[in-house]
Design a protein around this ligand. Structure first.
Ligand code: CA
Ligand code: CA
Length: 410
């Protein structure tokens, strides 16, 4: 049966192309103007669209937003931001391979030296940056990027020490501690988002399906998974498939497509935002050993219009806790625990690429209710909480702004 579903994934059409999210009546195939590589099956003309009616969301006008927006910086193709505990600084990565250390007030910006030389193509390049669990003592940071090797390209995680002296900053003792396996052709769906568990014991990484789809269901492949590693990049002890050894021992959950957001709630729950195909974007609550269905179940459809069975309660897959059709293209994800925005306490905020919005999801323990969509006028790549509880939003692509959100005055 699966062979019928293995249509070519349009390369990057979901998250790296300019905004195309004209909401369409559910079921119409609008995205297939792009390439159909030769040799692939022609999509069936007998499209059977059974997508469930999508949830409806409140789109909030600018005048009614609960936050004021201040532009505090501008960067070329930024990908991630990370506040540095115990300092008044943050790090910003760009997909083209730069890292900037800046003061919160923007008074000083330093290009960090000693970076790896990533493969920059399509969705690949320099990726995420997170601090290690003991950053204030050891200045250890973890970053992800794309490298080339046998079989194509793949993400890696590196660990390094952030050193700073005068007006210079650099990564020292950079070592690769993990590789996405196997490497694959193409330049999409690396995912490579990083998150430490609140206790600092485990490093989680999202490993996208590299647009090959079916490996997401293969526990012998490292693609389409979320991995749980030790801070040294080794498979964490007692992972659900540890007995299988090899890459299987890294796997925490599977059946993922392109999870570009990964964050822990204060209660220890791990959440991941995942880009669906044509529709069916997801926010998933990540459980040990969970199978999230891709590519056998999705509330969206293939770009070519062929339907994928929707998630159901009894299909054996973990269903998304919140989902979006048409696509908003969720990227960076944060769970808010500051005091500046009490209404967001414990809730998820997600940057939307094609949706050009900030998306709020009301979280209450295991429950998630997709809430407001705040149009921002630009693709949003990442979002993070500053030490003062303000929300910092990083736009995408060239000429991207870094935005600081504070409560709107009445
Ligand atoms: Ca799913
Ligand atoms: Ca579907």
């Amino acid at each position: 049966m699966m062979t019928g579903l293995v249509l070519s994934a349009c390369s990057g059409a979901d998250d790296e192309s300019p905004a195309t999210s004209t909401p369409s009546p559910s079921g119409s195939a609008t995205a297939s103007a792009s390439e159909t590589p030769s040799g692939t099956t022609t999509p069936s003309a007998t499209e059977t669209e059974t997508d469930a009616p999508p949830p409806e969301f409140a789109t909030v006008d600018e005048a009614d937003r609960p936050f004021a927006v201040e532009e505090v910086g501008a960067y070329d193709s930024p990908w991630a931001l990370e506040f540095l505990p115990g300092t008044e600084q943050l790090l910003i990565t760009t997909i083209t391979g730069e890292m900037i250390l800046r003061d919160l007030d923007g008074g000083r910006e330093v290009d960090v030296e000693g970076l790896p030389d990533p493969v920059v193509a399509g969705q690949g390049g320099l990726g995420d940056i997170v601090v290690g669990p003991d950053f204030e003592d050891d200045r250890t940071v973890y970053l992800s990027w794309v490298e080339a090797g046998e079989g194509g390209t793949g993400a890696v995680i590196g660990r390094a020490t952030l050193e700073e002296s005068g007006d210079q900053a650099s990564l020292q003792n950079l070592e690769v501690i993990w590789e996405q396996q196997p490497k694959a052709s193409g330049d999409g769906h690396f995912s490579h988002r990083l998150a430490f568990s609140p206790d600092g014991e485990y490093l989680f990484v999202s490993s996208g399906d590299r647009q090959e789809m079916t490996p997401a269901q293969d526990l012998g492949s490292g693609l389409g998974k979320i991995m749980r590693l030790t801070p040294d990049g080794q498979p964490a002890p007692d992972n659900p498939f540890a007995d299988e050894g090899g890459v299987s021992a890294e796997i925490w959950s599977y059946g993922h497509r392109n999870p570009l957001g990964l964050a822990f709630a204060p209660d220890g729950t791990l959440w991941a935002s995942e880009m669906g195909p044509q529709g069916g974007d997801e926010l998933n609550r990540i459980e040990e050993g969970g199978n999230y269905g891709w590519p056998e179940a999705s509330n969206g459809s293939h770009y070519e219009g062929e339907e994928i069975p929707d998630h159901t309660d009894d299909d054996g897959f973990n269903s998304p806790e919140a989902w979006w059709t048409p696509s908003v293209s969720p990227a960076g994800l944060m769970i808010y625990d500051g005091e500046m925005f009490p209404d967001y306490s414990g809730d998820a905020l997600i940057g939307a690429l094609s949706g050009q919005a900030l998306v709020h999801v009301d979280l209450d323990g295991d429950q998630a209710v997709a809430g407001e969509i705040y149009p921002m006028g630009n693709r949003i790549r990442d979002v993070a909480q500053a030490p003062d509880g303000s929300i910092w939003v990083l736009e995408d692509a060239g000429g991207a702004n870094l935005l600081r959100l504070t409560p709107a005055s009445d």
